[in-house]
Write a protein that binds this ligand. Structure first.
Ligand code: ZN
Ligand code: ZN
Length: 255
């Protein structure tokens, strides 16, 4: 599985981009950054978008993607996938003809730019050679983490979360787990803010990661708030987690 980091931050400051990851060229994992990182032809190859939740840093580029795809020859609807509650929120809060036109019905309902596909928690769906499962995590609005498998490798994506359990349990049982992508948003000194906004700090990250029970598993940390990059980076180094990498915008990695 090839993962291209279009953006991996929890906010926007100068050149730092918000969360969007492209898997094997056709499946997007969150949609905070698309259009500023991909050419028009690369955007045209996107078939599926997995959405963790509807905070702006995870969905904002769905707006501009819809405009960019509308003239695409041989266009088929891009399928946006998540738990039902999350997709209902997307429809109600973004594609509502107020914040943005309803591109689930445009340019026409027969062949719209986007189609929404709700999945149940724990259900396996197959998309472009990947098997995907979603699990609810603990954020201030409904949010999902994902387990994504291609043949004999799986990766876990945490979504935005504070302390949680179901996702880690599923990851602990996953026989082909090769890496975990887990959010960390604030430095340890701002744990109060992390708790109130339901995010992780480096200290909370290490506690949550240990629940997977695979201490040597490659751990890719993302969703750092750009204001605190240096402090969080320094605190992550102190953790002594063996295979920890802080993701960077533009990076490509394979699992
Ligand atoms: Zn976020
Ligand atoms: Zn969020």
């Amino acid at each position: 599985m090839k993962i291209r980091v279009l953006g991996c931050h929890g906010a926007k400051l100068s050149n730092h981009r918000t969360c969007g990851f492209l898997i094997n060229g056709s499946v997007l994992l969150d949609a905070g950054t698309i259009c500023s990182s991909l050419t028009l032809s690369e955007q045209g190859k996107i078939r599926y978008v997995l959405i963790s939740h509807i905070h702006a840093d995870h969905i904002k580029d769905l707006t501009f993607l819809s405009e960019n795809l509308i003239e695409e020859k041989r266009r088929r609807p891009v399928v946006i996938i998540s738990l039902g509650k999350i997709l209902a929120g997307l429809q109600r809060n973004l594609f509502n003809n107020q914040i943005w036109p309803d591109f689930t019905k445009l340019p026409n309902s027969r062949n719209p730019v986007f189609r929404l596909k709700a999945i149940r928690e724990g259900q396996t769906i197959k998309i472009d050679g990947l098997e995907v499962k979603a699990f609810r995590v603990n954020h201030i609005i409904p949010c999902a983490g994902f387990l994504i498998r291609e043949k004999n490798s799986s990766i876990l994506y945490s979504g935005d979360t504070y302390r949680t359990d179901k996702l880690w349990k599923a990851a602990a049982k996953e026989p082909h787990l090769k890496a975990a992508m887990i959010e960390t948003s604030f430095p340890n000194a701002l744990e109060d803010l992390a708790v109130r906004s339901k995010h992780l700090t480096p200290n909370l990250l290490v506690q949550e990661f240990s629940k997977i029970g695979k201490p040597r598993l490659p751990l890719y940390v993302y969703h750092l708030k750009p204001l605190y990059l240096k402090r969080i980076g320094h605190e992550l180094k102190q953790l002594k987690v063996e295979n920890l990498t802080v993701l960077k915008d533009g990076q490509i990695f394979k699992v």
